[in-house]
Design a protein around this ligand. Structure first.
Ligand SMILES: [Zn+2]
Length: 396
């Protein structure tokens, strides 16, 4: 305890000198920087690789159910042991109903409200198993989907000061397209799992809670996230049992979704091809929806993430956009501040063919280079840093 003595000795000296001494003090280590340094490219890659053992993890199949069980086992191994599951029934809409009723989509306008610029390439979902050239992957993806009961898993880091309030950090674990869903959305699922690992370390404490949610049925229309909102919205902030200090559904402070985190190779060229390499000016796209009820709060949250990126992400910057769309944060956007992080803007860029592996057999672990994986890691650094600040994380 030398500091009080030093201060005593300095009494009566000019303040400039005191300031000089003050700046020479060893800086208090920034807990956010320490937490960010616990993320690691190899662990992020290994988690994506682990998810791809279940192929495209299509909803309503054994490979999807096995992936949910595997994710839960990983979360437990990280110490994120406050685990829950949402159960819901999924029946695909009858294809015949609504045919002829739905107006043709205006393809000159991007989904979410943005404007297309420049060159566009084709997008779509592959439904042809024979387009998967790797027979091993083709075999894994073989079982067809059947309607019925679905499950999705989440785990919670319980806050010590305000266990009754939480941020939700999400990614969707299902995919389709006869590949390995490595990017869509192994990259977002692995990001959420790695954050669960870092925040669940026994020396990490948070004032508020964080829920790590791995949604199912995103690809069929956000059904897993919608089921969560339906089942749990009314439970927010209720202590159960009364007097226990336990809050099964802490009040939602924000929802942050992660979907397709790795591939920002730029706009398609005139011939429809893309750069084979990550572009050096790649960025993390943080989007909110300007037409949402909680638009102002979501915009503020988005910029908090942009600031966190600027301070803590090692390689790639972040950009904020106003046209969040087609993502699991949508069911939350009129209830709470909701944003999404992606490799590109969903409407104007991914919708314009900037990701040629999207829902394709080529969405394989082996398709991506370390520069691609690193963009996902930078998104993880961004969310980890932003959330650590928002929940008051400390290391003891
Ligand atoms: Zn996705």
């Amino acid at each position: 305890m030398i500091r009080p003595l030093l201060l005593l000795a300095l009494l009566g000296t000019p303040s400039a000198k005191a300031a000089q001494v003050d700046s020479a003090r060893p800086a208090v280590p920034d807990p956010v920087a320490q937490l960010v340094s616990r993320l690691d490219l190899e662990q992020y890659k290994a988690t994506i690789k682990g998810l791809t053992q279940f192929g495209d993890r299509r909803q309503g199949t054994d490979r999807n159910r096995n992936a949910v069980n595997w994710i839960e086992a990983q979360l437990r191994s990280y110490g994120c042991t406050d685990i829950g599951r949402i159960k819901y029934d999924y029946q695909p809409p009858d294809a015949r109903v609504g045919q002829g009723l739905r107006p043709a989509r205006d393809t000159t306008r991007a989904s979410g409200g943005g404007r297309y610029r420049g060159i566009r390439a084709r997008t779509g979902v592959n439904t042809d198993s024979l387009k998967q050239p790797d027979l091993r992957v083709r075999a894994i993806d073989m079982q067809p989907t059947t309607p019925g009961v679905r499950e999705e898993v989440y785990c919670t880091k319980v806050g010590t000061g305000h266990p009754n309030e939480m941020y939700i950090v999400g990614g969707h674990m299902d995919g389709h397209g006869w590949g390995e869903a490595a990017n869509d959305d192994g990259s977002g699922t692995a990001l959420v799992m790695q954050l669960a690992r870092v925040f669940s370390a026994p020396d990490v404490h948070t004032d508020r809670s964080i829920r790590f949610a791995l949604w199912n049925n995103e690809e069929t229309g956000l059904n897993g996230a919608r089921a969560y909102v339906e089942q749990r919205q009314a439970l927010q902030g209720k202590e159960d049992p009364p007097g226990s200090g336990k809050y099964p559904e802490p009040t939602w402070l924000g929802m942050i979704q992660h979907d397709m985190m790795m591939f920002d190779h730029g706009m398609p060229r005139a011939d429809g091809t893309l750069s084979p390499e990550q572009r050096p000016e790649a960025d993390v796209n943080i989007e909110f929806q300007s037409s949402a009820k909680f638009s102002a709060q979501a915009q503020q949250l988005a910029f908090a993430f942009q600031v966190a990126n600027e301070k803590y992400a090692t390689d790639y910057p972040a950009a904020v956009g106003a046209h969040m769309t087609n993502t699991d944060s949508a069911p939350f956007q009129d209830l709470v501040a909701a944003i999404s992080l992606r490799e590109n803007e969903r409407g104007t860029q991914i919708g314009a063919g900037w990701d040629p592996n999207w829902h394709q057999p080529s969405d394989l672990y082996s398709t991506y280079s370390d520069k691609d994986f690193r963009l996902g890691l930078n998104a993880a650094q961004t969310t980890l840093a932003a959330i650590a600040g928002l929940v008051g994380a400390t290391i003891k």
